[in-house]
Design a protein around this ligand. Structure first.
Ligand SMILES: C[C@](O)(CO)[C@H](O)COP(=O)(O)OP(=O)(O)OC[C@H]1O[C@@H](n2ccc(N)nc2=O)[C@H](O)[C@@H]1O
Ligand SMILES: Nc1ncnc2c1ncn2[C@@H]1O[C@H](COP(=O)(O)OP(=O)(O)OP(=O)(O)O)[C@@H](O)[C@H]1O
Length: 280
């Protein structure tokens, strides 16, 4: 039996500038993104029974064709032209609708895993091309490096340098619809976005670049997200920002002890999901 046990990491956006709206309704972006060490577990098993089957444990995420991982596997099976069977079991650890890219990461992991299991030999570029049709964040997870992401998020350039930091993720359990946030964004009065560097030598340099154009939209609807930022700062974060379209807020810390203490205290006091993890 051919089987893979894989980890699908979350991401944070250190910067998210919306440059404009495209005729297809999507937005042109310029983002700085990196993966963090909070992972869903993804098991992929090759089976003699033709067809794709997906079960998903946790987060209230659907099994079967409604799961983005199902669509990823189905796309590759169709492309292979083979009558194979794929069984996928996902255990969610990444909060859902949280701005951490969990679904996109599961899909990217399945594309890479099924490519390996079936020996299809597709390049990362080809997998990214298939992936962007599943979700704008999918190519980033196939790229596997800290990146400047442009276009709708799919044109990726590796960042030269990012220091190791501790990232504290705090999610208040609010499920944010990414589509709603982009639809409610006002692009008027936006100042010209500053040029971003591709090399960050210190935690302070990353903290200096933190900015997210989607943050005011999400905080306008869910003021609690703004309160999380203040609490994380008070807990010792050197910089704080909402990730993606929210509702997760992350804080950057220089040392493990302060990061873990902040995560434990916020979980204990407010009952929120928290995690102190490394950037990877
Ligand atoms: C917020 C981010 O996570 C930041 O990394 C991404 O921009 C969103 O990535 P994603 O969830 O993979 O996005 P998709 O599933 O492709 O799109 C969800 C919805 O977000 C909007 N969307 C997404 C990406 C983009 N560049 N412009 C958009 O306007 C679209 O209205 C779409 O209906
Ligand atoms: N494997 C999956 N994991 C998570 N969500 C999934 C998955 N498959 C389908 N979905 C659906 O996708 C939606 C949320 O996706 P996801 O968790 O990737 O959003 P997010 O963390 O807000 O990501 P983003 O960074 O794009 O804002 C939910 O409605 C969920 O039911």
């Amino acid at each position: 039996m051919k089987k893979l046990q894989l980890k699908a990491p979350a991401k944070v956006n250190y910067r998210l500038d919306v440059l404009g709206k495209r005729p297809d309704g999507y937005h042109d972006l310029r983002m700085l993104m990196q993966r963090v060490d909070l992972n869903d577990d993804v098991q992929i098993v090759l089976s003699d029974t033709p067809g794709v089957r997906v079960t998903c444990d946790g987060g209230g995420v659907p099994d079967g064709p409604a799961n983005i991982a199902w669509r990823a596997a189905d796309a590759l099976v169709k492309l292979s032209g083979r009558d194979v069977g794929i069984d996928i079991a996902i255990t969610k650890h990444i909060p859902v609708g949280a701005g951490l890219g969990g679904g996109s990461s599961d899909a990217a992991t399945v594309l890479m895993g099924v490519n390996d299991l079936l020996g299809l030999g597709l390049s990362d570029e080809k997998l990214m091309e298939i992936g962007v049709r599943l979700g704008a964040d999918v190519p980033f997870f196939i790229f596997k490096r800290p990146a400047l992401a442009e276009g709708i998020g799919n044109l990726l350039t590796a960042l030269e340098r990012v220091p190791e930091v501790w990232v504290v993720l705090v999610n208040p359990g609010i499920h944010v619809s990414t589509g709603w946030v982009y639809q409610n964004l006002r692009l008027t009065n936006k100042s010209e976005p500053v040029k971003v560097s591709s090399s960050y030598g210190s935690l302070d340099e990353i903290c200096g670049v933190l900015s997210n154009d989607l943050e005011p939209v999400t905080i306008g609807r869910y003021p609690k997200v703004g309160e999380l930022k203040e609490l994380l700062s008070a807990a010792g974060a050197r910089g704080v920002l909402m990730s993606g379209s929210g509702s997760t807020v992350f804080g950057l810390f220089a040392d493990e002890r302060t990061a873990k203490q902040a995560a434990a205290e916020l979980a204990e006091e407010y009952g929120w999901f928290t995690a102190a993890v490394r950037n990877i």
